[in-house]
Design a protein around this ligand. Structure first.
Ligand code: SAJ
Length: 439
């Protein structure tokens, strides 16, 4: 007599013996590294991405994410362990579906779950018994259970009997060579104990340390707290910068000295603003949800306000520096060094340098940028190409603003050839020069 194996037992077995087929929806800076880690230990992985270009690049073994080794992707695709598609028809073949799609904000800082909801609806169309769905996108506490579960249950399947649902927030620090998908502790929360059991079993197969928590909601809160922690502490040093500017104190000297304290402090540094697809956005997911509980998250609101003020402060300081050299901002030749949102990577999403560029233009300056990491920028209404960093460019500029402290720039040369440099990242640390003004 054929014994009927319940969906959870079968799924756990497939996870254990690596016959489980893993789907990854959203093959970006989270999804692709995750797919590679899963395939490396022998799982067959199918990437689902709405970009036909990305799908084609993956199927040809061409890598496009800095944190992934080109040869790893090439070999895993050649071995048939990774492939990609734009459609969801493949979902019935999958045993696990990991979702790593963007969770942006609208212009009014309201969560925009269109991608999470759209993907969940597609998965629900093809959902079958024995599948685990895990959301990795950063979102407000409650999304997995309150938004995704009802959509998935429209399939008629029952949670924790037929399918399993979890939240395991991505913890990727783009460009961080030390902490990778494999060795970064991973928080996992299930919608119910069975979902937690299955999700822990799944993540434990490729991640060194899995941290189970009591619910998907708790896991969601963990991640928004992590990003809020960073946003608030960055805002703290940015606020200190605004005050030190008024008090004629060098905030970088103050912070360097403060961070010599061997305990109870953690280095954060000011900048021209806060970019990327996480820190400027994710905390506002919590701020929005908290209102449902008649609760104002003052720190999140204030941090966002201060961080969003920094591009304008940077341009005001640039105007002051120019006027001290007898030049109005109107008509001044300004060169921005760096458009990426942070050093040594090619991502310029929400980059503060874009805001600085546009504000300078608005006030009549002639602005160009140099950034070999981002040869072409097209975001928030700015379309511009990086110019070559020639001696003439530096010598003819009325002001050079260092907006991103990439390692691949010779700052001694920049300082030597420029009339005056406004350094918003302390990239000129250690250079003795009287033509450098720090933010
Ligand atoms: N920034 C400062 N001062 C600082 C640190 C950062 O101005 O002291 C700026 C950066 O220049 C950048 C922005 O803040 O424009 C965000 O930088 P970030 O490194 O804090 O954030 P991401 O988006 O590159 O990566 C972060 C992860 N980074 C770290 O933990 C170091 C982490 O917060 C999340 O795991 C990840 O986003 C995510 O995906 O949420």
């Amino acid at each position: 007599m054929q014994t009927v194996v319940d969906p959870k037992t079968l799924l756990l077995k497939r996870i254990e013996d690596k016959t489980a087929v893993v789907g990854v929806v959203g093959m970006g800076y989270v999804g692709l590294p995750f797919a590679v880690e899963k395939a490396k230990v022998g799982y067959r992985v199918v990437g689902i991405d709405r970009s036909a270009k990305r799908v084609e690049m993956i199927n040809q073994g061409h890598n496009y994410i800095g944190d992934v080794k080109d040869e790893d992707l090439r070999e895993l695709v050649a071995q048939g362990l990774i492939r990609a598609t734009t459609g969801f028809e493949v979902v019935p073949e999958l045993d696990v579906v990991v979702i790593a799609v963007p969770t942006p904000l609208t212009k009014n800082l309201v969560p925009d779950l269109q991608y999470v909801e759209g993907v969940t609806r597609e998965i629900a169309r093809y959902l079958r018994p024995g599948q685990l769905v895990s959301l990795e996108s950063t979102t407000y506490p409650g999304t997995t259970e309150e938004v995704m579960l009802p959509i998935l249950e429209q399939s008629g399947l029952k949670l924790n009997q037929d399918f399993f649902l979890a939240h395991s927030p991505e913890r990727v620090d783009p460009g961080n060579a030390r902490y990778t998908t494999k060795n970064t502790n991973k928080v996992v929360g299930g919608v119910g104990p069975e979902s937690l059991e299955v999700a822990v079993a799944f993540y434990s197969k490729t991640i060194d340390h899995v941290v189970p928590v009591s619910s998907a909601k708790a896991a969601e809160m963990v991640k928004v707290f992590e990003n809020t922690f960073r946003a608030v502490n960055i805002a703290l040093v940015n606020e200190l910068t605004l005050l030190c500017d008024r008090m004629d104190l060098n905030v970088w000297e103050v912070l360097d000295a403060a961070f010599t304290k061997p305990f109870g402090i953690m280095p954060f540094y000011p900048g021209p603003g806060v970019g990327g697809h996480c820190i400027p956005l994710d905390p506002h997911y919590l701020e929005w949800k908290a209102k449902e509980y008649n609760f104002n998250t003052h720190f999140i609101n204030l941090a966002g306000e201060i961080n969003r003020k920094m591009p304008e402060f940077t341009v005001d300081k640039a105007a002051r520096v120019l006027s001290q050299h007898g030049k109005p901002l109107q008509g001044a030749k300004v060169v921005l060094l760096g458009m990426a949102y942070k050093a040594n990577l090619d991502d310029y999403r929400e980059s503060p340098a874009i805001e600085v560029f546009k504000l300078l233009q608005k006030r009549g300056a002639e602005v160009v940028f140099h950034d070999s990491w981002t040869p072409h920028v097209e975001e928030h209404g700015l379309v511009a190409d990086s110019v070559e960093l020639t001696d003439e460019l530096l010598q003819n500029a009325d002001l050079v603003i260092i907006t991103t402290n990439h390692k691949n720039v010779d700052y001694a040369r920049v300082v030597a050839l420029s009339k005056v440099v406004l350094d918003t990242r302390y990239a000129t640390r250690g250079l003795k020069a009287d033509n450098v003004v720090l933010l």
